[in-house]
Write a protein of this length. Structure first.
Lengths: 491, 512
């Protein structure tokens, strides 16, 4: 370790690590029944402290930890999103895990470790850092998906997720080894400088093959088509609070990691991967829109909605420009708020003490619980991309970036897919507002759930009045990513 | 007063009313009564503010007035940019007036979920005014597309038996058209480097690109207008929507298409507009004749009026694409006139629907006996719809028809084609007279034979109050049209200058 090791940029990660270890001991020494009651709030507190630290620390770009991680404005932007997303999903799920009697203290701990992994994902600056961070994030997620261990559905989801996830990790690692074997370096910066299209060495073919494998592995983590198959089953089988968790922060981290890999120092390689990413984006948008039409379970529906949304975020990546990076960042930030809010509504679907998941259960929600119905409508219209809600601005920005990069066809397919997807979002609004009321859901909903859902609704509906800060922060983050990418690169 | 941000105040005042209504709590009857009152006062105040806009508007200037600018989405170069000209001024007034009319007209007839009803209509008010005032194309789109949300809820919650099908059809149909407009916006923003409407208008788009942009815009506006064959959502939406929803749908929402042609297609893409003008004329002529024939065959009153709307909007699209001062003025007057008359006709149907709960023409007959005031009001609006001289309907139609003949004074071959267009348009008007008069005869005249109609009551005071301003304006526009056309003149000249190189009156050069 160099003598001049500077721990300050790592403070958020250090806070999380220390908190996780302390809470582990605390949970182990306390009575089982009461451990979760104290560990969960403390974990949320630690995450909020980490988010605040990530927000205020000076972010002059620094490469640390043996050159494998880079801490800059991009990392800060995504860390704030990831930490607050994890904290929000813990808060959302608190009442669910209690009701379902899975309120063991390991759950918030696993979430902390996953958050740590995510924060490293968004800072990864080498293939090794990428792989380590990704695994640190993934392993806790597998366990969390299977957390309802007495329930067949949940264990099946966990196993499925683990097996397919391990396969994806294998592909990713194989890709990394190919790249390393053909170039002799792990660092993104060295890969970008020595082996770019303009460098004397050029891009070795073997490295391109490796890159495709890495992208495939990332597509799995993103739940992008054609590596999306696990998503609906895992979303449906995992405990709903865990599904909310899976759908929110890990997606942000995966998009962040994709941007680090593709649009960092290796941005010059865009010619090698742009077509692949554009096709993945296209397939995700179309499949997410079409497959969602026939779903009856709201968690499966959200899975397909998530697939489509990742497709939209990848449109920004496929643009291969700095504006595309900004757009993808803005899109994921908005996606985080919409998804957490939507899951807040789903977690409120409890009737006579047990949770329901069928979409029809929402019938007539607006007459019994008008505020919940209003929040649900806000999230659904926003997911459908209808202005003036936040989702529209995300979509506008990614399409703008795509068109500026010459990908007009991608934008056209994207908007048409969003019309198709609008049908299933509208169907939910229709159930809540137009249909005769079913039995009401249990009241009162937990305060944490209400807080997060209300906050998300305010953010999603209010962005139109003050969009500047989010877009500025995303611009700052994109600017710190690496060498300034020319605005119009590859057609 | 003139340095106040009048347009923003007018746009966002209804949201203040919404906030008040949200906080009304208590017994449902009291909540309903208070929600009605708050909504009425808010809508009236908004209308008063829009009258202030008119008072502060200088008719001599052709440019945008009362302009407001503020930072909004700076990183994307999008600003909060509002302003009115002689074209949007009237549409703003129409929107705020019709909101008041809807609230007064549905005072007693809407009894379910009154609070939500008033909230959605006030939100509509904000979005409609915002759409007409926006001078940034993205801001315009935000308001324009945002209207779908309240309208979807209005049709779906308070609509008739097939409300769900109609609400989905309305939403998805218009959304599908609009998203292509969105792609066009993105392409234009990239090409011109700005999203400000005045600057986009000044930008010369390459002719090859104009074709695609024009078609994308057309997809959106043709659905909104609606033009044949994109009109199929309209009869469904109108028939199932509650009276208030139909009034705003016919009165204001259809105008968004015509406004879009005047504000975007013609001045920004003049060459493509010239190229496609014959197609627009052809579709409009088909719309006028075909939908008039369809209207003749209808047994449902609302459907009949919905089809007549398609025919009347055909006159508007013809007027827009004549691209001369007469035609544009006629299109605009026709939009205003149709906004008042069709809104009133839907309320006319709503009045008897509230009493008998049937929209079938066959369920009525001989209403003149029991409802003399109603019969009189119905007659006046029916005649305005037919285009009787002395009513607003006549002014718009005659201007457009004269405009068609004026398409190309310098080329002798063209007036022949123009006269074909005029001939078909006039045929449509004759058919219009046929179906409206026939409708009137079947509903109002004859003997009162149906037992259900025996106890029917004439108009309530609130209904008369709702009809009064519409009736006054229809007659005023009929006998003193220059009150309305004078403030338009300078702005229309500006639009013609923007069409520019292609030149006023020369758009239709491509006609056979």
């Amino acid at each position: 370790m160099p003598a001049s090791f500077d721990p300050v940029p790592l403070l958020p990660q250090l806070v999380l690590t220390v908190a996780a270890l302390v809470l582990l001991v605390l949970g182990a020494v306390r009575e089982r029944a009461r451990a979760a009651g104290i560990v969960t709030p403390l974990a949320i507190l630690a995450l909020l402290v980490a988010a605040a630290l990530a927000g205020v620390l000076d972010r002059t770009p620094q490469t640390l930890l043996g050159g494998h991680f880079r801490f800059d404005a991009m990392a800060a932007f995504l860390e704030v999103l990831v930490f607050s997303g994890v904290a929000a999903s813990l808060l959302l799920g608190a009442s669910y895990v209690e009701d379902e009697r899975i309120d063991r203290f390991e759950l918030p701990l696993l979430a902390l470790f996953a958050a740590l992994g995510m924060s490293l994902m968004v800072s990864a600056e080498s293939l090794l850092g990428l792989y380590m961070a990704l695994e640190l994030q993934s392993l806790p997620l597998y366990v969390m998906a299977a957390f309802h261990r007495d329930q067949l559905r949940s264990t099946e989801a966990g196993l499925k997720y683990f097996v397919l996830g391990a396969l994806a990790s294998g592909m990713l690692l194989y890709g990394c080894s190919l790249i390393y074997g053909f170039t002799g370096t792990l660092s993104f910066a060295a890969l970008g400088q020595s082996f770019g299209p303009e460098s004397p060495a050029g891009v070795p073919t073997g490295a391109v093959v490796g890159l495709v494998f890495v992208i495939a592995g990332l597509a799995f983590k993103l739940a992008a088509v054609p590596f999306h198959m696990w998503t609906p089953d895992v979303y449906e089988g995992a405990p709903t609070s865990v599904t909310a968790f899976l759908a929110a922060a890990p997606k942000v981290a995966a998009v962040g990691l994709t941007l680090r890999l593709l649009m960092g120092p290796m941005a010059d390689w865009a010619g090698q991967w742009q077509q692949v990413v554009a096709l993945v984006a296209l397939a995700s948008m179309v499949l997410g829109a079409l497959a969602g039409l026939v779903q009856t379970n709201i968690k499966r529906l959200m899975a397909y909605s998530g697939i489509a949304n990742v497709g939209f975020a990848l449109v920004g990546v496929a643009a291969g420009t700095r504006e595309g990076v900004e757009a993808a960042l803005v899109y994921t930030a908005i996606y985080l708020a919409m998804t957490l809010g939507a899951f807040g509504c789903i977690l409120a679907m409890r009737r006579q003490g047990s949770y329901v998941e069928r979409i029809d259960e929402l019938a007539g929600l607006s007459t019994r619980q008008p505020l919940l119905a209003l929040a649900l409508a806000i999230f659904m219209f926003s997911l459908a991309g209808i202005p003036p809600l936040a989702g529209f601005f995300g979509k506008y920005f990614v399409f703008l970036a795509a068109v500026k990069a010459g990908l007009v066809w991608l934008a056209i397919v994207g908007v048409l897919a969003s019309v198709v997807a609008a049908y299933y979002y509208l169907r939910i609004v229709k159930l809540a507002y137009f249909d005769p009321p079913a039995e009401p859901f249990d009241l009162p909903t937990a305060p944490g759930l209400r807080l997060v859902t209300a906050l998300a609704a305010i953010l999603v509906a209010g962005l139109v009045f003050l969009p500047g800060p989010l877009f500025d922060a995303a611009a700052g983050a994109a600017a710190s990513l690496g060498p300034p990418a020319p605005t119009e690169r590859v057609r | 007063m003139s340095d106040w941000p009048l347009l923003s105040l007018t746009t966002f005042l209804p949201l203040v009313g919404v906030a008040f209504i949200l906080f009304i709590r208590g017994e449902s009857a009291i909540v309903a009564q208070n929600a009605r009152a708050v909504a009425l006062w808010t809508a009236l105040a908004t209308f008063a503010l829009s009258l202030m806009i008119w008072a502060n508007f200088d008719p001599a200037q052709g440019g945008y007035q009362l302009v407001e600018q503020a930072a909004w989405l700076e990183p994307l170069g999008i600003r909060y940019h509002m302003g009115v000209d002689g074209i949007s001024l009237w549409l703003v007034l129409l929107s705020t007036l019709l909101t008041v009319v809807v609230i007064v007209g549905s005072w007693f007839s809407v009894t379910e979920r009154v609070k939500e009803y008033m909230i959605t209509f006030l939100i509509m008010d904000t979005l409609m005014v915002g759409t007409f005032c926006a001078l940034d194309i993205v801001l315009f789109y935000v308001f324009f597309e945002g209207i779908l949300i309240p309208m979807y809820l209005i049709i779906g919650i308070w609509g008739g038996p097939r409300r769900i099908y109609s609400a989905f059809k309305f939403f998805l149909y218009t959304l599908a058209g609009s998203v292509l407009f969105l792609v066009a916006i993105v392409v234009m923003a990239r090409e011109a480097g700005t999203t400000s409407i005045p600057e986009l208008t000044r930008h010369d788009f390459p002719v090859a690109m104009q074709t695609w942009l024009w078609l994308a815009l057309f997809a959106s506006f043709a659905v909104k207008v609606p033009m044949w064959p994109f009109h199929t959502w309209l009869p469904d939406a109108h028939v199932e929507a509650p009276t208030g929803g139909s009034v705003l749908l016919a009165g204001v929402l259809l105008k968004l298409g015509g406004y879009g042609f005047l504000r975007f297609s013609l001045p920004m893409l003049p060459e493509a507009s010239a190229y496609f003008a014959p197609m627009v004329f052809a579709l409009s002529v088909v719309a006028i004749v075909y939908t008039s024939l369809v209207a003749l065959a209808q047994t449902d009153m609302k459907k009949l009026i919905a089809y007549s709307s398609v025919a009347h909007m055909g006159i508007v699209t013809i007027g827009c694409f004549t691209a001369n001062a007469l035609g544009l003025t006629g299109a605009l007057v026709q939009m205003l006139s149709h906004g008042l008359v069709s809104a009133a006709l839907f309320m006319v149907v709503g009045v008897v629907y509230d009493r008998i709960h049937s929209r079938e023409i066959a369920a009525y007959g001989g209403l003149a006996e029991r409802m003399p005031i109603y019969a009189t009001i119905f007659m006046l609006f029916m005649l305005a719809s037919v285009g009787l001289p002395g009513t607003s309907g006549f002014v718009g139609e005659i201007l457009v028809i004269v405009g068609i003949f004026g398409i190309t004074p310098e080329s002798p071959a063209i007036p022949a084609a123009g006269s074909w267009v005029a001939l078909f348009a006039a045929t449509g008007m004759i058919l219009g007279a046929a179906y409206m008069l026939w409708l009137y005869r079947r509903v109002i005249f004859g003997a009162l034979e149906k037992s259900t109609l025996v106890g029917i009551k004439d108009l309530r005071p609130n209904e008369m109050l709702a009809f009064a301003p519409l009736l006054l304006l229809v007659l005023l526009m009929g006998v003193y049209p220059s009150l309305f056309t004078d403030p338009m003149a300078a702005s229309i000249d500006r639009v013609l200058a923007e069409i520019g190189a292609v030149g006023p009156g020369r758009l239709a050069l491509q006609l056979p």
